[in-house]
Design a protein around this ligand. Structure first.
Ligand code: DC
Length: 219
């Protein structure tokens, strides 16, 4: 029997991660956070100085991909990168400002799609990202597309980031949300767009519980 896949795509800070995690727990599915995968590669690319101003050393990125692996930790309801649990270090504003550059590279996207399909081939999965319902799993069991006003999303992100980074400002985050929306939606490869057959949920005025109930009622 084919595994079930729930695809949850949408813009940054629409509540995708919280809702996908909660849904995976509720259904006892594995949770595959594909944004984490792009962030982990970006984190290590920065650590290894593979960004030369705005350019990226592509042959070294290939090397990094060849030495990378992702696995699922059911215990932590999370992905591991090279068997390591990464946390807030991949969610900083610095990573958010660089990740779109990595996510637009063909080699990176091709690699990610293979990894994501392999991870979801093992168990029923909730898969969260930007291109899950369009490219990675166009035949997903259910597809959701999350949106919300940019200023509300920036406020949500600000509340999360200010806890660990007192220097971060709301304006900086709003600028990043606007820029990432633009870059994610306008890149040549696998741009963020609503998948055919997806259910759109605007979370601007919804609490997490209200959005979650809406998802459950549409399963
Ligand atoms: O969901 P997130 O904010 O953690 O994702 C970080 C970035 O990764 C996002 O700006 C674009 C990229 N991404 C992507 O291109 N495709 C995906 N399936 C998931 C994320």
């Amino acid at each position: 029997m084919k595994n079930k896949i729930i695809a949850i795509d949408g813009y940054a800070s629409t509540g995708k991660s919280t809702l996908s995690k909660k849904l995976a727990k509720y259904l006892d599915y594995i949770y595959i956070d594909t944004g984490f995968m792009y962030r982990a590669i970006t984190y290590y690319a920065l650590k290894k100085n593979l960004f030369i101003q705005t350019n990226i050393n592509c042959s070294k990125i290939e090397n990094l991909l060849n030495n990378s692996s992702f696995s699922v930790s059911k215990k932590y309801n999370s992905l591991l990168f090279n068997k390591k649990l990464l946390g807030d270090e991949v969610r900083t504003i610095i990573i958010s400002e660089k990740v779109s550059k990595i996510a637009m590279l063909k080699k990176v996207r091709d690699y990610m799609v293979i990894q994501q399909r392999a991870l979801a081939s093992k168990e029923n999965s909730v898969v969260e990202g930007r291109d899950i319902g369009t490219i990675v799993f166009p035949d997903a069991t259910k597809k959701f597309f999350l949106t919300a006003d940019q200023s509300v999303r920036a406020k949500r992100r600000y509340k999360e980031l200010i806890i660990n980074d007192p220097d971060v400002s709301y304006e900086q985050i709003l600028k990043n949300v606007i820029k990432r929306d633009h870059e994610d939606s306008n890149r040549k490869l696998s741009p963020l767009k609503r998948a055919k057959g997806s259910i759109e949920i605007d979370t601007t005025k919804l609490t997490i519980d209200q959005a979650f109930d809406l998802i459950i009622s549409n399963l």
